[in-house]
Design a protein around this ligand. Structure first.
Ligand code: UGA
Length: 450
């Protein structure tokens, strides 16, 4: 099928390149000219595992192209996936101006009728507005538009895997023909009938993903409901961690046992610095606002948000308690990305931590395998080091802020010998407290027997 993708952020890039990978002809566009130039030079504007290989293969075989000419891109597809950003406004509502702008562009540039698919995370009833907008902006022309919601469940760091091997594909439609067209697009994934680039020679035998057909409103709600539920689980684990600290229990032991009940599930129960990134925080906020507008006070989510906000303050308290005065202290930060396997630092807990540490006069040095360039643009006064050992050298404390697996495998005796004061504050409960104590570190973490 011929598909256009509008918006080349991580969702657009993963969606476009994976659709090309499973056999479609895809043209992507973005209003950021420099992004398109980077992509046309064969480079990626973001770090996402496996994405470079998929993009370059799809371009080589001529199934994937990037253009800054929106009208060319829109003309190229029978189906248009909208993947533009919906950042939070001051009020907490999602800013839908980019979607509105794309609707106008599609309506005025299209020479033929098309299916327009919302991939961007949007509040419920956006699809209805989109339909109205497309009809109004194309008034007087012969083209018409169908609209569908097809929320993405792509986690940064594993987005390619999530696209090609999803847990479920949700489509919100109001016409059978739209459902059929979307089923056709996803057929290779639904039947696992493509040469999977992740699992050569063969994918592991797992159940095929269900194709869930709903109304457009339900599909939009499913996305916010999913992300908000994940946020609830994380905040619950963090509240448990605080309680464990007060009562002398171990949150890792508690959440492990809680998670073994399939009704609870083992995932998203990791206590620590809390949830960040461009999705969970803004989606929870937008969901709260959406409920408010519908006349409901979603206090449950407000509490989850509040618990999350307090994580940094609690970590700062731990640092103050351990180091007494922060001013003039040399603090090493390991991890800047909001989670491992990405270079994304948007709403990243470590960045808020750095802001507060700098505010108190600490001297901050930092290392992250992927996210240093993006952090440098925000905090130029931090000293960025080439490896974790240089960050630890001479430091009064080492703060683990992102659980990159390589941090767990560091040469900790070497680090111990090189620090001014061998102290670790583990914001992600990455290390084993007993092992760290055995190495004579002063070790602090969240909710475990230290
Ligand atoms: C999230 C959802 O997981 C995806 O399903 C969704 O498609 C995506 O948002 C989106 O809306 O586009 P993502 O933002 O990539 O994906 O990150 P998550 O893996 O959900 O992690 C979010 C934050 O929660 C990270 O800061 C992570 O460190 C934190 N987290 C996660 C915890 O603190 N504890 C946990 O147990 C799990």
């Amino acid at each position: 099928m011929r598909i256009s993708v509008v918006g080349c952020g991580y969702v657009g890039l993963v969606t476009g390149s994976c659709l090309a990978e499973i056999g479609h002809e895809v043209m992507c566009t973005d209003n950021d000219e420099s992004k398109i130039q980077t992509l046309n030079k064969g480079k990626l504007p973001i770090y996402e595992p496996h994405l470079d290989a998929i993009v370059s293969r799809a371009r080589q075989v001529g199934r994937l192209a990037f253009t800054s000419n929106a009208s060319e891109a829109i003309g190229a597809g029978d189906v248009i996936f909208i993947c533009v950003g919906t950042p939070p406004l001051e009020t907490g509502d999602a800013d839908l101006s980019a979607i509105d702008g794309v609707a106008r562009m599609i309506a005025t540039e299209s020479q033929s009728s098309k299916l327009v698919v919302e991939k961007s995370t949007v509040p419920v009833q956006t699809g209805q507005q989109l339909k109205r907008a497309l009809a109004a902006y194309s008034h007087g022309t012969k083209v018409s538009f169908r609209v569908a919601s097809n929320p993405e469940f792509l986690r940064e760091g594993t987005a390619v895997q999530d696209f090609l091997h999803p847990d479920r594909i949700v489509v919100g439609v109001d016409e059978v023909s739209t459902e059929q067209q979307l089923r056709e697009i996803y057929k290779p994934v639904l039947e696992r009938n493509f040469n999977c680039p992740l699992h050569a020679p063969k994918c592991p035998p797992t159940v095929l993903p269900p194709f869930i057909v709903t109304t457009i409103n339900s599909a939009e709600l499913i996305k916010h409901a999913s992300n908000s539920f994940l946020a609830l689980k994380i905040s619950y684990a963090n509240a448990l961690a605080d309680l464990c600290e007060r009562l002398g229990a171990d949150v890792e032991e508690v959440t492990r046992a809680v998670g073994l009940d399939p009704r609870n599930g083992p995932n998203f129960l990791r206590a620590g610095l809390g949830f960040g990134g461009f999705c969970l925080p803004k989606d929870v906020q937008a969901f709260i606002r959406l409920a408010e507008r519908a006349g409901m006070d979603f206090g449950l989510l407000k509490e989850a948000e509040q618990i999350n906000r307090e994580r940094i303050a609690r970590f700062m308290d731990k640092a103050r308690h351990a180091l007494w005065v922060l001013k003039g202290k040399q603090i090493g930060i390991l991890g800047l990305a909001f989670k491992p396997h990405t270079d994304d630092v948007r709403f990243s807990p470590p960045l808020e931590l750095i802001r507060q540490l700098l505010g108190e006069g600490a001297l901050v040095s930092a290392y992250d395998p992927q996210a240093m360039e993006k952090t440098r643009a925000i905090y130029p006064t931090v000293r960025y080091e080439a490896d974790p050992y240089s960050v630890a050298f001479g430091a009064d404390a080492l703060l683990i802020c992102t659980e990159w697996p390589e941090f767990a495998a560091l040469d900790w005796p070497r680090i111990h010998a090189s620090m001014a004061r061998p102290m670790i504050l583990d914001g992600r409960n990455l290390l084993d407290p007993a092992a760290m104590k055995a190495l004579a570190f002063e070790y602090h973490c969240f909710g475990r027997n230290e």
